[in-house]
Design a protein around this ligand. Structure first.
Ligand code: ADP
Length: 471
């Protein structure tokens, strides 16, 4: 049994004031694997006070010093890459393939920020005056469970680059992964108080971070629902917010696309991270006159999707993180059937032989209309909706007919045409022909997918406050 009974405040692992515990449950077996002691408001205030004190000196660090700290963090996290992968698979049920990529992303956060710092100008002449970009202050970082350490590392790396100090509140479902990453950060030996972490509930620790006047900014990744609560609470003390929220990303297959490649890729893509990815392309938009061909290809592709033990290198879809998440996805599958969508593959219940864990059958609905709930709401499980369209114009209209706007995908054999379509899509990131990640480009959403951007220069700027000095 894992016992995670300490939080990290002012450079030390300490016993929290809070005494409530939360059970850690394996998504593979639904058996209890350990317990985490939850911090409370007192713990959160202590962590914020430590970060506030540390900020006084950390804000004065030079760019070279920050680069050196990021280098130490990179070295410390790199050393434990294998454990990071293993813990993510065990605790969360992410597949080995996905967890490896996620751990790489976490590690590369530090080198990516070093690269940004090498050319970033913290001081510029604008008009006749000087503009200095100054460290914002203490940043509250609130993260979800679906790629926990990757989010924490990216947000913390950006804070360090900006000369900010942090208090992290991870998801209570990620306690083991978080424990490991904090051990890495501790080993990196940054000045005490620069990094602090309080395990606890969103409504307790998260709420204190949201209301506390000593927090200057919140960087949040999670649901749109919770993002709105945080944004509303943050405005009372005029905190800056960066919110990376939900998505219902369209995948536009234009009529000149190579379906033999694009459709299998679309099916596997929709199931990335067991379908628990905000950027997952869950709405597959296809020309109506090719619907039969698409259905046949999708059906053939889904037969290749292996649902099972996430430790197995061949597995594409592991168990969902919790029983709650499993039930939520089951409800959406029932909703799809009630709404009249045609079930092409999968459906309700668990795959045979996988009854113990939170496994969902790899599911595809076809003949979906974009106004159905399964096309409008984020399901966060392995459920793909195929939506037919008649013209390119209609495809663009359907793609944009959503409250979300995080990512979009386009397949076409004509690059210029794809670019023309991309220009008309309301999404923070549009990917052409495949699934790519470019860590220096901004990441974040249009509309209710969020506020602000992360990664690279755009990400760094959101941790800085411009000050014009007019002489
Ligand atoms: P999920 O429950 O699927 O993880 P959420 O968006 O609810 O998605 O959670 C993301 C993070 O936000 C978690 O760390 C969670 O504990 C935290 N959280 C939940 N509710 C609140 C809240 N009211 N205030 C601040 N943080 C919250």
């Amino acid at each position: 049994m894992k016992q995670i009974h300490q939080i990290y405040v002012d450079g030390e692992f300490v016993t929290p004031h809070g005494t409530e515990t939360f059970d850690l449950i394996s998504p593979l077996t639904n058996l209890k694997t350990g317990e985490v002691v939850l911090g409370d408001e007192t713990d959160t205030r202590r962590a914020i006070a430590a970060a506030k004190e540390a900020f006084k000196t950390f804000r004065k660090t030079t760019v070279d010093e920050r680069i050196a700290y990021l280098g130490k963090l990179h070295a410390a996290v790199s050393k434990r890459e294998e454990e990071l992968v293993k813990t993510m698979v065990e605790e969360y049920g992410g597949t080995l393939q996905f967890s490896k990529a996620s751990a790489r992303n976490a590690i590369e956060s530090f080198t990516n920020m070093i690269q940004v710092l090498q050319t970033f100008e913290f001081q510029k002449t604008v008009g006749q005056s000087l503009v200095r970009l100054e460290s914002l202050g203490v940043v509250g970082i609130i993260t979800p469970w679906n790629a926990s350490n990757s989010f924490i590392c990216n947000k913390f790396a950006t804070a360090v680059a900006a000369g900010c100090t942090v208090v992290v509140k991870p998801s209570e479902l990620s306690a083991a992964q978080t424990q490991l990453i904090v051990e890495c950060f501790h080993e990196a030996g940054l000045p005490k108080g620069v990094f602090n972490l309080v395990n606890g509930l969103g409504t307790v620790v998260g709420a204190e971070i949201t209301s506390n006047p000593d927090i200057a900014k919140i960087s949040f990744t999670g649901s749109t629902f919770t993002g709105k609560i945080i944004a509303k609470g943050a405005v009372d003390t005029m905190k800056r917010v960066t919110l990376e929220l939900g998505g219902k990303s369209p995948n536009l297959i234009l009529d000149d696309a190579d379906l033999q490649t694009a459709i299998p890729a679309a099916v596997f893509g929709a199931y990335m991270n067991n379908g628990q990815a905000c950027i997952a392309p869950t709405r597959l938009l296809v020309p109506e006159n090719k619907l039969d061909e698409v259905n046949a290809l999708a059906k053939a592709a889904v037969r290749q999707v292996q649902v099972g033990n996430p430790m197995d290198e061949q597995t594409h879809v592991g168990p969902l993180v919790s029983v709650k998440q499993f039930e939520r996805v089951q409800q959406y599958i029932r909703t799809g059937l009630e709404e009249g969508a045609v079930l092409l593959a999968g459906g309700g219940g668990k795959p045979e032989g996988l009854e113990a864990g939170n496994f969902v059958r790899a599911t595809i609905f076809t003949n979906v209309r974009n106004d159905m709930r399964i096309a409008q709401e984020e399901i966060f499980g392995p459920v793909l909706s195929i939506i037919p369209y008649q013209t390119e114009e209609e495809a663009i209209a359907i793609a944009n007919d959503t409250n979300y706007g995080l990512a979009a995908y386009i397949s076409s054999s004509d690059r210029e045409r794809a670019n023309r379509v991309a220009a008309q899509i309301d999404a923070g990131r549009v990917v052409i022909n495949g699934f790519k990640h470019d860590p220096q480009t901004p990441f974040g959403g249009f509309k209710q997918s969020g506020i602000g951007r992360e990664y690279g220069v755009y990400g760094l700027e959101t941790y800085l406050e411009p000050k014009a000095v007019l002489a």
